[in-house]
Design a protein around this ligand. Sequence first.
Ligand code: SAH
Length: 365
Amino acid sequence: MTSLPLVFSAPRRGMPPRHLADLTESERRTAVAELGEKPFRADQLSRHYFSRLENDPQAMTDLPSQVRTALGDALFPPLLSEVRHVETDQGTTRKTLWKLHDGTLVESVLMRYRDRLTVCISSQAGCGMACPFCATGQGGLNRNLSTAEIVEQVAAAARVAAAGELPGGPVRLSNVVFMGMGEPLANYKRVVAALHRMIDPAPAGLGLSQRSITMSTVGLVPAIDKLADEGMNVTLAVSLHAPDDELRDTLVPVNTRWKVREVLEAADAYAARTGRRYSIEYAMIRNINDQPRRAELLGQLLSGRLAHVNLIPLNPTPGSQWDASPKSVQDDFVARVGSHGVPITVRDTRGREIDGACGQLAAKG
Ligand code: SAH
């Protein structure tokens, strides 16, 4: 057996070093104790990170300087460094490209609306679900993000907002959507841990409201079932895109494993468990899934379920010849689905000009 000299090997891409945001409250105390410090230091660190959104240990001046250095080195490794951000909608939509510790690139998108501030975050670098209309899916999966890498995207957004960097002045981050790169339920354990960091009341966590967090999934049925058992009332969104298995098999390849009916049954059970209405995401693709008969089928399928449909006009992606449906076709689709008593809205899709809209995140350096 021969092995290549180290210099020829590809850069190792792997999980980042441990960060405070990876840990539960009791793990934080243990970690601090293992570093020879008093457990109450863990609460001080949590307050800095989750309440004040501070991630630079040197700014934590209530800690003695040697403690600051020791705990800072051990629990605040830099995880996300901003490569750049681009803006549109007069600065109210901002896409940030982040470089992770191993050089991996991911993106997140911040969107300020009149009544809320939403960050769209990535749960994986790339995605393994291979949906043919999604730019992320075309690139394949690079790796899972760690819990802290996920939380840091949210904390970074909250920092930008609190610092008044967005037009309209300082604002609190209110919503998080797992609609960036990756399939969140394929990175289940880390995503659920990240949810706890987001919803735990400050200073243990960021104190966001559960229902203002949306988990979007292609429909990994066992993971939806498991999420229902976590006792967190986060909002579920299912990327359906077709009411029939024949078409969905091609648009969302994981449908060959879990069929439309099974996915909807899992979503129903989730809704029954949490009392939360779920959304059905449906990217409108011209001449592919926008026919009147599919609108009727979708209406029939969802009638009586605790679901509402969110149509997304298809955003263009490189190398795809597909495009959005004409407005008249979209209007007809909306009317037909609505005639079955199913609530349906068209997503105010943001960031198309900066390749920051649904399905466009490809994290090109
Ligand atoms: N993997 C998860 C979350 C990421 S995508 C999921 O699939 O749900 C968030 C939403 O954008 C999904 O509904 C996805 O299907 C949709 N989407 C992907 N590509 C798109 C495109 N080109 N135009 C419009 N929506 C798209």
